[in-house]
Design a binder for this molecule. Structure first.
Ligand code: HAM
Length: 433
C-alpha cells in the first residue's frame, strides 16, 4: 500500500502544534473583541474574477484555480480583503460607518514552501472601512502591536511606507496606472534597476533615484527625520507631498500612542495592487519573512461597484506569529508556568461496574472547569496508574462503586505521592485553592 502524504505546502498539525496555533487564533479573536471588530465568516471558495480585478500579479499568479463542474472559474481564497470588500458592497453598504470587520481562517497561495511559508496558512484579518483619517491607519497598526504584545513577542519591528507618495510622483508624470503597478511590483521585489528602466520620464527617474538613495541610508535613523527628508525630495509634487504629510501624521499618532516604528522606507512597496496610502509590515530579527502586513486601500469598494469608501486593514500570518513566539524561546517558559495552574486530572474506573459512575464524575469535574481526561482504554487499575505517572498526570481520581460509598473517590496526587479518600466537592475545592 502506498503511504499517503499531505499536499505539498500543507501540514497536519499534531496536538502540540495545534494547541500553539489555536492559542494565537484566540489572541487574535480577543484583540478583535477589545477593539470592537465584529467577526464575519466568508467562503473559502470564491470566484476568480474577484481577485483578478485588483489583487496584483504576485497573488494572481499563485492562486489555486480550478473549474467547477458547472464550468465556473473558482479559486481557494488567497486573502480576505477582496472577500470583505465584496461582502460590504453586497450586504453592508447601508451599515453605519465606520465598519470594523474581523475574519480568521485559512488562505491558499502557491508559494514555494520553506520555514514559515506554506501553501495553506492562517490569517487573522482586520478591516476598518469608512474613515480616511490618519487615526484609522494608526488604529490598524496599534491593534497589530497589541496582538504581538499579547502573544508575548519580545522584539519586533514595524516597517512603514506610503504608496501614495510613489503613485503621486508617477501620476504627475502621466505614468498610467497599469505601468505604475508594474513599477511597484518591481520595487516590492527590490528590483530597483528594473523599476527605473520602466520609468521613461527623466524628471521622474531622478526623484526615484533620490528616494532609492535615501532608502539606502535609513538604517539607524529616526523615522520622523526620514519622513521630513522624503517631504523635501517630493516637494514639487502636490499629491506626493500630501501623502508624505499623511505618513508623518500617522507616524506621530502611532508613536505618541506608545508603539515604536522601527523603519520608514521611502521606496517600500507591497505585492497587492489595491493599496493607495500608508502600507506597513512587521518583522522579528529571527525570521526574514513578515509576520503581518496591511495598508490603506481607498478605491477597492468602488471598483466592486459600491459607494466610494475609504478603508484600511491588516492581515496577520498566524502560523508565522506562532513560529515567532517559539523562536523567541518564550514558549517553553510560559507553558511551564501555565501548566502549573492547569493541573491534569485522570479519572480511572477501578472496575467495569464503576465505568458509568466514573464517566459521570468526569463530567462533574469538567463542569467545575477542571481539565479532566478519562481512562478510555479499559486498562486494569495498576496499568492505568503506571501509564498516568509516565504521562505526567497531576491527579488520579479512582472511582470504585464496589468499595466506596456514593460520592466518595480515591484521590492520588502523583506529584506528591499522597493518597486520600475525598468527596468530589472536596476534591474540586482542593484543586481550586
Ligand atoms: P499579505 O502581506 O499578502 O497581506 O499577507 C499578510 C500576512 O500573511 C503576511 O505578512 C504573512 O505573515 C502571511 N503570509 C503570507 N504568505 C504566507 C505564506 N505563504 N505562508 C505563511 N504565511 C504567509 C494580505 O493578505 C492583505 N489582505 C492584508 C490587508 C488587509 N491589507 C488590507 N487589509
Amino acid at each position: 500500500m502506498p503511504t499517503f502524504q499531505t499536499v505539498r505546502g500543507t501540514r497536519d498539525l499534531l496536538p502540540n502544534d495545534a494547541r500553539r496555533l489555536r492559542r494565537t487564533i484566540n489572541k487574535a479573536a480577543e484583540t478583535a473583541e477589545i477593539y470592537g471588530y465584529k467577526e464575519v465568516i466568508t467562503p473559502i471558495l470564491e470566484c476568480y474574477d474577484l481577485f483578478d480585478a485588483k489583487s496584483g500579479e504576485e497573488i494572481r499568479a499563485r492562486m489555486f484555480l480550478f473549474e467547477d463542474l458547472g464550468g465556473r472559474q473558482i479559486v481557494l481564497r488567497p486573502e480576505f480583503t477582496a472577500s470583505i470588500a465584496r461582502l460590504v458592497t453586497a450586504s453592508l453598504s447601508k451599515a453605519p460607518k465606520p465598519l470594523r470587520i474581523f475574519s480568521v481562517g485559512t488562505v491558499y497561495r502557491y508559494d514555494e514552501p520553506q520555514q514559515g511559508r506554506y501553501r495553506e496558512f492562517w490569517q487573522s484579518n482586520f478591516e476598518l472601512m469608512g474613515s480616511n483619517k490618519p487615526e484609522a491607519d494608526a488604529e490598524i497598526i496599534l491593534l497589530t502591536n497589541r496582538l504581538l504584545k499579547k502573544i508575548g513577542l519580545r522584539e519586533y519591528t514595524f516597517k512603514l511606507g506610503h504608496v501614495g507618495i510613489l503613485r503621486g510622483i508617477m501620476s504627475q508624470n502621466n505614468i498610467s496606472e497599469q505601468t505604475q503597478n508594474l513599477i511597484l511590483q518591481k520595487m516590492d521585489k527590490k528590483e530597483y534597476n528594473l523599476a527605473l528602466r520602466l520609468i521613461t520620464e527623466l524628471k521622474c527617474r531622478s526623484v526615484f533615484r533620490r528616494l532609492f538613495r535615501l532608502s539606502d541610508s535609513i538604517s539607524g535613523k529616526n523615522p520622523v527625520d526620514i519622513v521630513k527628508r522624503i517631504k523635501r525630495v517630493v516637494r514639487n509634487y502636490d499629491k506626493a507631498s500630501i501623502a508624505a504629510q499623511n505618513l508623518l501624521d500617522i507616524l506621530n499618532l502611532v508613536t505618541k500612542s506608545g508603539c515604536k516604528i522601527g523603519i520608514v522606507d521611502p521606496v517600500f512597496a507591497r505585492g497587492l495592487e489595491y493599496y493607495t496610502g500608508m502600507i506597513f509590515e512587521v518583522y522579528i530579527p529571527e525570521l526574514e519573512i513578515a509576520l503581518g502586513g496591511g495598508g490603506r486601500y481607498d478605491k477597492l469598494i468602488e471598483v466592486f461597484g459600491g459607494e466610494p469608501t475609504p478603508a484600511v486593514g491588516v492581515a496577520h500570518g498566524l502560523d508565522r506569529i506562532t513560529l515567532a513566539r517559539q523562536k523567541q524561546a518564550l514558549n517553553s517558559q510560559l507553558t511551564l508556568v501555565r501548566r502549573k495552574h492547569k493541573k491534569r486530572t485522570l479519572v480511572i474506573p477501578a472496575n467495569q461496574e464503576s465505568v458509568a459512575r466514573a464517566l459521570k464524575i468526569s463530567e462533574l469535574l469538567r463542569k467545575a472547569r477542571i481539565r479532566t481526561e478519562f481512562e478510555a482504554m479499559g486498562r486494569k487499575l495498576d496499568k492505568a496508574l503506571k501509564k498516568a505517572s509516565r504521562r505526567n498526570v497531576d491527579f488520579v481520581v479512582i472511582v470504585d462503586k464496589l468499595k466506596l460509598p456514593v460520592g466518595k473517590v480515591v484521590l492520588q496526587n502523583l506529584q506528591q505521592g499522597s493518597t486520600e479518600i475525598l468527596t468530589i466537592r472536596g476534591f474540586v475545592k482542593k484543586l481550586k485553592i
